[in-house]
Design a protein around this ligand. Structure first.
Ligand code: PLP
Length: 399
């Protein structure tokens, strides 16, 4: 009874963003599982869109949240008081990053990190033009939307920021468009929403070189690829480059809302003068979110999950085979399965949910299914999930 009521209330009183929400009523979540109010268990094969990389409700994260909430929660806007959870997390994060990334600005979300980074790039370079790539997703706020690489999702919201250009991803010749007028180039090393498209290693090296040559900053968006998803803490480690500004979010908060843009202390200093308070946020760096994220990062570093990513990727490649899958893209424990139509993909996703597997399609690739389980999934659990996905494909083909 309460499930029906809550579902109706959800549809009546919560702003809807699609006409077909998945609509599972969540009772609890633990590890790789989400449980609904009927007691049905679902394997979360998308990890809350790569937020829950260490699984849901890890005891160490819960403990950190409990301890912090007992001390204090929100006390003041970002940047005024010394708050130990922010300090400790920023110190830990920067200890794991290249030397030039030694200052963290904590935000509420990934999109706010993109906004802050774009503003910082304007201040650092004195330039205003931004280059990004077709198929890119950096958030849904107006600055981030301006650099999104998809016209369908942008057009209804124009005018957006002027002076933005989207080049073709992985196309060497398009790098010619990056000249001295450019403040920054924003790039994902694995384009998530086109269906897991990894950047070509040499292309990224050429992009880094080009940015240096024209004094443009390179902003690397690791909001979805970060925290072990590709087998290293951040994907840039595998590309042999260092960003000028790193964007992070999603798994950064360990399940609570948190984003960050990270750059050099020298660059960040631009936000302190002319004008003072160059980026303002009330909740950014919330102490409970920082405590949770820090605890989640410690778990990730202590466990062997990042080292197991390659092996689990291989399990996906070896076992997730079906004649209806026309193409697979992958990077780490992150894969897309392409079907011949968006219609079939939606049927497969629905059959998966029916069979207790949570998956979804991609913003710019409706004909692909997303596979991004928590990194803590065991090999046996992964194999069992693959079996259910293949069964779901069979069922979808019959419908
Ligand atoms: N950048 C990338 C690559 C993302 O995947 C996302 C979210 O999906 C964002 C930015 C925006 O993050 P948020 O939804 O926290 O604003």
């Amino acid at each position: 009874m309460s499930r029906i009521n809550n579902r109706q209330l959800f549809l009546q009183h919560l702003a809807q963003t699609s006409d077909k929400p998945i609509g599972i009523e969540v009772a609890s979540a633990k590890g790789i599982h989400i449980y609904d109010t009927d007691g049905k268990a679902f394997v979360d094969m998308i990890a809350g869109f790569s937020v829950c990389n260490i699984g849901h409700s890890h005891p160490a994260v819960i403990k950190a949240i409990q301890e912090q909430t007992e001390k204090y929660m929100h006390v003041i806007v970002y940047g005024e008081f010394v708050q130990a959870p922010q300090v400790a997390y920023a110190k830990k994060l920067t200890s794991l990053l290249p030397e030039n990334l030694d200052a963290v600005y904590f935000t509420n979300s990934g999109a706010e990190a993109a906004e802050g980074a774009m503003k910082l790039a304007k201040r650092v370079t004195g330039k205003t033009k931004f280059i990004s790539f077709k198929g890119a997703y950096h958030g849904s706020t107006q600055g981030a939307l301006s650099i999104m690489g998809d016209e369908y999702f942008k057009n209804a919201f124009r005018p957006l920021l002027p002076d933005t250009l989207q080049l073709r991803y992985n196309h060497f010749e398009d790098l010619e468009w990056i000249d001295h007028s450019v403040a920054a180039v924003v790039v994902e090393l694995v384009q998530a929403e086109t269906g897991i498209t990894p950047a070509n290693q040499e292309w990224i090296a050429a992009l880094r070189k080009k940015c240096d040559a024209v004094c443009a900053l390179l902003i690397v968006d690791e909001i979805q690829s970060g925290f072990g998803r590709t087998g290293t803490l951040f994907a840039f480690e595998q590309y042999g480059i260092s960003p000028d500004i790193l964007l992070t979010g999603k798994a950064l908060g360990g399940g609570l809302p948190l984003g960050a843009f990270v750059s050099s202390f020298k660059m960040m200093h631009c936000l302190t003068h002319q004008p003072v308070l160059g980026h303002i946020t009330t909740f950014g760096g919330n102490p409970v979110s920082c405590a949770a994220g820090h605890a989640a990062l410690e778990v990730l570093l202590q466990e062997n999950w990042m080292n197991e990513v390659k092996e689990k990727e291989q399990i996906l490649l070896d076992q997730l085979i079906h004649s209806a899958i026309v193409h697979q893209n992958h990077k780490g424990l992150w894969m897309s399965l392409q079907f011949e139509s968006a219609e079939l993909t939606k049927k497969v996703a629905a059959a998966c949910v029916h069979n207790g597997i949570i998956t979804d399609w991609f913003l710019f690739a409706e004909d692909r299914i997303r596979i991004a389980p928590p990194l803590c999934i065991t090999k046996e659990e992964l194999t069992a999930a693959i079996t259910t996905i293949k069964l779901s494909i069979d069922q979808a083909l019959k419908n």
